[in-house]
Write a new protein. Structure first.
Length: 60
């Protein structure tokens, strides 16, 4: 998959629950799941780090 920005937008939209059916169908027609896995794991790590940071800021 050459268009990483489309993958990033797709992962973010699906994580937020606002992925359109047309985009979901396009995602499932791709040959490789690897870009979605890479971006998904990075998204998850950044999400967890941001939650930890917010909790530390609020708790201090």
């Amino acid at each position: 998959m050459k268009n990483w920005w489309r993958v990033v937008k797709s992962v973010a939209a699906s994580a937020l629950g606002v992925q359109s059916e047309a985009n979901r169908q396009h995602d499932f027609q791709q040959n490789s799941i690897v870009p979605y896995l890479v971006v998904g794991v990075l998204f998850l790590v950044l999400f967890i780090i941001s939650l930890i940071t917010i909790v530390k800021l609020v708790a201090s």
